[in-house]
Every structure is written in structure tokens, then in C-alpha cells.
Design a protein around this ligand. Structure first.
Ligand code: SF4
Length: 363
């Protein structure tokens, strides 16, 4: 599988917790930016992709006319025959025109950044939409593009926010019957709320059980889907499959026999427009480090990592972990299922520590 990601960096404002690159005051550059993305594409080797993901930033916040012109050109360059195509949106900017564009271009998934349905929490996070915008967005999306599956993003374990408030968000999200839910634990690497303690117990297990009870299968540490609606594009990221990333701050990954290279674009709209085909960063990993990377990333998937496949491709390099895998199994955080190494529920709760512990061994 190979994926294409297009970064649309424009946002109406900057959320307090956001660690992604976004450009709140750059809408006047939208047209030039899309032209630059197409130039960036023309310099790539691949001309066909299995999945497409238009993310941000806030793709729904740009002019639907400019978005439509861009998509027309993009699809005429790479075709429109994807196994999956996703576009992201935020509730304050989802208009009928935007949804008509999605329908017209046949997007199979619409991913909406809800985060919370509580007005005070939305303000705390610096979101500019209200609770009602979320419900209106879901209703309008079902009406205008009923064939498009819906993903709703939420954040839980937000410091200073009581657990029952976050559980109400979860109940609201469930009431919207989306095909897919992404539920992120609040652990953003920013200064925002960094000294505050999460309020009450971790909601991690409650979220998993509540979604499981209404038919959502957990397939990745933060992602839940009704059967057949798992995100193929995102699975490609966690399995470190090839992808091209177009746009500022976007990364591309290319595998080769025994390793992989990551290429990164500059995190600045103006600099990207000036030179869209240049890469600002390159990171090459091979041998035991590449194998270890694949194992550590792959543990995010709930079906775990096929260690026999790693051995086949990299040789028997498992000893680089210096007995740590055995320790994690003995501590009840990892478990073997034939040749697959998986997280236990305890391991899911402590994923960051598990990954760090293994990561430390990599050269
Ligand atoms: S809308 Fe998303 S990308 Fe934009 S600032 Fe907020 S969290 Fe960041």
C-alpha cells in the first residue's frame, strides 16, 4: 500500500494545545499554496496511490472554490481510484458548499475534529466551534454526502476537566453514530496545561469499554471503528509503509531493502511556496534501528507486530532489545500470540513507557 498526504496548513485560529504546524493568518496565500503543492507532486516518482488523506490545519476552512479547483488538478494528475480518500474538517467551517465538494470528488471519509461537546472545555482548549456546530456538521454531512463515512475526533483525560464531563462528550459522540471514532488521551507535547494534573481517574478504560459496547472495535491505541471502517491510510503510517507527503511540514517515507528514509518539508508556508520541491530534512534508518523502529511503532496496532516477518526481513536482530521484551512480557505489558507480539491492556495504559523503554535500546 502507498498513501498520499496533502497538508492544508490554514486554520482560523491557533488552539492552545496544538503542536502541529498551522498558519492562522495565511489564507491570502491559499491559491499560491495549492499551486506549489501541485509542483511538489510533479517532482515525485509515484503517480498512483492507494489512499489519499487531505489533512491540516483545517481543509474545510479554505474557499470551497479554490479547494475544488485544486482537487480537480490533483485528481487529473493521480487519478481518483483510491481504496480510501479522507478529508479533515472542523465544525465551525463545514458549509454546504464544502460538503458538496466532498461529495463531488467522492471522498470516502470525512474526519471531523470535535474534541469535546462541552462549551467550557472547548474554550479551555482554544477551539472556536461550539457544541451545536458538532451536531449540525454531523447532520449536514449525512444529508449532503450520505455515502461518506464519518470519523469524529475527541480528546479525553484533559487536565482540570472532570471525568463525567468527558464521558458526556463520549456519549454525545456515540449518539452521532459515526463509523469511526478517534479518542486521543491528552498528552500533547506543548507548554499548554503542562503543569496541571489530569482530574480524576484515567478515562482510558471507560472509553474503550463504552465504545466496545456499541460495536466499535479498537484497532489502534486511539482508534475505534465499526467493522470494515478502519482507516487504511493511517494503518499505513503505523506499519511504516511508503507514503508521500505534500505541503509544508509534511513528511514522506520511502522503504528500501533493510531500512527506510524519511523526508521532511519546511514548516513555513512562504518558504514552501518559494521552493516546493525541496526537502528541509532527511532521516535515514537501517539495520537494527529500522527493525526496532518498526516494532516500536507497530505496537500501537492492537493486533501487534509479526516478529517472524521482522526476522525474515532484517535477520535475527531481536537481541538488540537486551532482554527488555522478555521483561515487558514478565511484567504483563506485552504478550505473545504465536509469532505476534502485542500489548496487553496494562501495556495499552502504559504505551508511552513501553515504547520509551524499547526505544532506549536502539542505536
Ligand atoms: S484546528 Fe487543528 S491544526 Fe488548527 S490549530 Fe487547532 S488543533 Fe491545530
Amino acid at each position: 500500500m502507498s498513501g498520499l498526504y496533502v497538508h492544508v496548513p490554514f486554520c482560523k485560529s491557533k488552539c492552545g494545545y496544538c503542536g502541529f504546524y498551522s498558519a492562522p493568518d495565511a489564507y491570502h496565500l491559499t491559491e499560491k499554496y495549492f499551486d506549489a503543492v501541485l509542483k511538489d507532486l510533479s517532482a515525485r516518482k509515484k503517480k498512483k496511490y492507494d489512499t489519499l488523506y487531505i489533512g491540516g490545519g483545517t481543509p474545510s476552512s479554505v474557499s470551497p472554490v479554490l479547494l475544488s479547483v485544486f482537487l480537480e488538478k490533483l485528481f487529473s494528475a493521480i487519478g481518483s481510484d483510491f481504496a480510501e480518500s479522507t478529508i479533515e474538517a472542523n465544525p465551525e467551517s463545514v458549509s454546504e458548499d464544502f460538503l458538496s465538494v466532498i461529495k463531488g470528488f467522492g471522498f470516502s471519509r470525512l474526519s471531523v475534529g470535535c474534541q469535546s461537546t462541552d462549551e467550557d472545555v472547548l474554550k479551555l482548549l482554544g477551539r472556536i466551534h461550539g457544541r451545536d456546530d458538532i451536531f449540525k456538521t454531523a447532520e449536514l454531512a449525512r444529508k449532503i454526502c450520505p455515502e461518506t463515512a464519518l470519523n469524529l475526533d475527541m480528546i479525553f483525560d484533559i487536565p482540570t476537566v472532570e471525568n463525567y464531563v468527558q464521558m458526556q462528550t463520549l456519549a454525545d459522540i456515540i449518539s452521532l453514530s459515526a463509523e469511526h471514532v478517534s479518542a486521543y488521551s491528552y498528552s500533547f507535547d506543548t507548554e499548554f496545561l503542562k503543569d496541571a494534573e489530569p482530574c480524576g481517574e484515567s478515562a482510558f478504560i471507560d472509553v474503550k469499554r463504552a465504545l466496545g459496547a456499541v460495536g466499535y472495535g479498537k484497532y489502534e491505541i486511539s482508534n475505534f471503528a465499526k467493522a470494515g471502517h478502519e482507516s487504511r491510510h493511517n494503518i499505513g503510517y503505523w506499519k511504516l509503509e511508503d507514503y508521500d507527503g505534500l505541503g509544508c511540514a509534511a513528511w514522506s517515507l520511502e522503504n528500501f531493502s533493510g531500512g527506510r528514509v524519511l523526508y521532511g518539508k519546511v514548516s513555513d508556508v512562504g518558504s514552501y511556496i518559494a521552493n516546493p520541491t525541496a526537502f528541509a530534512e532527511t532521516d535515514r534508518t537501517e539495520g537494527s534501528a529500522a527493525m526496532g523502529q518498526e516494532l516500536v511503532f507497530g505496537l500501537r496496532m492492537l493486533d501487534g507486530v509479526d516478529v517472524s516477518s521482522l526476522k525474515y526481513r532484517y535477520g535475527d536482530l531481536m537481541n538488540i532489545f537486551d532482554g527488555r521484551i522478555e521483561t515487558l512480557v514478565a511484567e504483563g505489558m506485552l504478550t505473545w500470540q504465536k509469532d505476534r507480539l502485542k500489548l496487553t491492556e496494562k501495556g495499552e495504559l502504559l504505551l508511552d513507557s513501553v515504547q520509551e523503554y524499547l526505544w532506549d535500546c536502539l542505536p
